[in-house]
Ligand binder design. Sequence first.
Ligand code: TYC
Length: 147
Amino acid sequence: MPPASAWPKGAARMTRPAHGEGCTARIISMASQNPKKPESPAVPPSVGNDDAVVLERRAQRVKPPHMFQVVLLNDDFTPMEFVVHVIQEFFSKDRETATQIMLKIHLEGKGICGVYSRDVASTKVDQVLQAARSAGHPLQCVSEPVE
Ligand code: TYC
């Protein structure tokens, strides 16, 4: 090994591993140079540079997920009792609440049974339509984005 003074400036000095050491070489010292100051970005940020500001800006960019309401439509043929059963079963309402919702649909033409994420709302619609078709009723059910 050459004397330390013979090494070029900035080079790392290495030694052979001692007997039994697993690596082929080890670094015993690094020529030190003062670390360089990072260059400033080409376009400086418009607002301050600290982390708290960045976090706040990110949080504001995340919009809440769109929610979907599941709506039952009135018809002249589906029995009231079946509609009450469907509302209890698929929308987890007690009998009294389910009856009120059914009567609202009967009188006003349609009514909201629940509000869910897109996928859950879509599944509820499928379940209601499947139950209605299996029972031979024309009950209609749709999901629509909440305004
Ligand atoms: N109008 C139906 C009747 O008189 C009852 C009904 C209520 C049907 C709600 C559908 O979504 C409905 N038998």
